[in-house]
Design a protein around this ligand. Structure first.
Ligand code: SF4
Length: 369
């Protein structure tokens, strides 16, 4: 099967092949296209936490659910610089800044994010942002500020996406990836397994990603971390075998892509993670938190790297460092984009929203008493 021309049947065949064969094939593809000893270490920093208007069923940052995350306003330049320097000193070559927004708005907050991007770029780290949906003009502004990558996950197949999120549409996600690409940003897009989707949903998502032209430079594969208070709180932990299968299949259908072993690593043993590296994972997220969910300590990761003989990859090993453009290159007005709101009913999301409302009302009354 040719790159960018994958059909579902072929991807399912890869996904369902005997695990040992799949692992061997994926490890071979990985060696043909990447240095298997190098692992790109990224730090994911939540620069604005919680209060998100969306209803993503897996997310503790959705304002409508009752979770115990600590909400935070946009971080200052000093706070981000401090976190970036710390991440760099611990081996991270990339800082990915995440804000719990539905989409980027042309306002002071976005101008502030542009300053944050410039600041991290000056530290010679690869800078990535995940800020929700964005227009081409906004993507260009980020590129001019020195952004290297934009993350926007597809999460799952288009069909299953509708069972998890009702406040935005799949096509908007694809348009956002196209906008990032049009601004010459590298694209990071992947998904989550363990939300109740089928193997076919997983492979459909991979098909969509693998048929993008060009394929994304990074694909994060997340195992759901079921957070109390979210509609997916009762989902079982995804088995390591499914994770290995997903990583190996991603590796095979997108040979040049960096496959990132992302959320859910605290649920995995060292041996399980080692299998993921064998299967072609070439990147991890470091730091004791992934936005709001737990992640292994850096010292644990370095211990694992030592055991496995892995080395953190240097920044810009796979692309040039973008310069910071000082002239205002992207000020032209663009047509106003209306992002969609499908608004269909997802019973679990409605139920958890109602429960959260009750809990909030109860605690308000208790505080008054
Ligand atoms: S995943 Fe992103 S968009 Fe969805 S609720 Fe969480 S922060 Fe908002």
């Amino acid at each position: 099967m040719k790159e960018n021309n994958w059909d579902l049947k072929s991807i399912l065949e890869v996904y369902n092949s005997p695990l040992i064969e799949l692992l061997y094939k994926a490890a071979t593809v990985h060696r043909e296209h990447h240095n298997p000893r190098e692992v790109q270490v990224s730090t994911l920093l939540s620069i604005k936490t919680g209060g998100c208007p969306e209803d993503c069923a897996y997310c503790p940052q959705a304002a409508r659910y009752h979770t115990d995350i600590e909400k935070n306003d946009l971080m200052s330049v000093d706070q981000v610089r401090f976190a970036a320097v710390n991440a760099k000193s611990q081996g991270s070559s990339r800082l990915c800044m995440g804000a719990a927004w539905r989409n980027v708005k042309d306002n002071e907050d976005f101008d502030h994010v542009l300053e944050l991007v410039k600041e991290v770029n000056r530290l010679d780290m690869e800078v990535c942002c995940t800020l929700g949906m964005l227009t081409e003009n906004q993507a260009k502004k980020l590129a001019d500020a020195g952004l290297y990558a934009y993350n926007h996950n597809l999460d799952s197949s288009e069909e299953f996406y509708k069972e998890v999120i009702s406040t935005r549409g799949y096509q908007d996600r694809l348009d956002t990836l196209e906008n990032a690409r049009a601004a010459n940003l590298t694209v990071c897009s992947g998904g989550i397994i363990g939300m109740g989707e089928s193997a076919e949903d997983r492979c459909k998502m991979l098909m969509t990603l693998a048929n993008l032209k060009p394929q994304p430079e990074s694909v994060p594969v997340n195992a759901l971390v079921a957070v109390e208070g979210t509609p997916l709180e009762k989902q079982k932990v995804v088995s390591i075998w499914e994770m290995v299968r997903m990583i190996a299949t991603t590796r095979i259908v997108m040979p040049q892509t960096t496959v990132r072993l992302s959320a859910g690593r605290t649920q995995m043993s060292q041996e399980g993670q080692a299998l993921c590296f064998m299967a072609g994972a070439g990147s991890i997220f470091a730091g004791d938190k992934l936005l709001t969910t737990p992640n292994p300590e850096v010292t644990e990761d370095m211990e694992l790297f030592n055991i496995l003989g892995l080395l953190p990859q240097k920044a810009y090993a796979k692309g040039e460092k973008p310069g910071i453009k000082t002239e205002e290159a992207s000020t032209e007005k663009e047509r106003s984009i209306k992002w969609s709101r499908p608004g269909h009913t997802i019973p679990a999301n409605v139920e958890y929203t109602a429960v959260a409302k009750e809990k909030r009302a109860l605690s308000k009354n208790e505080n008054k008493a």
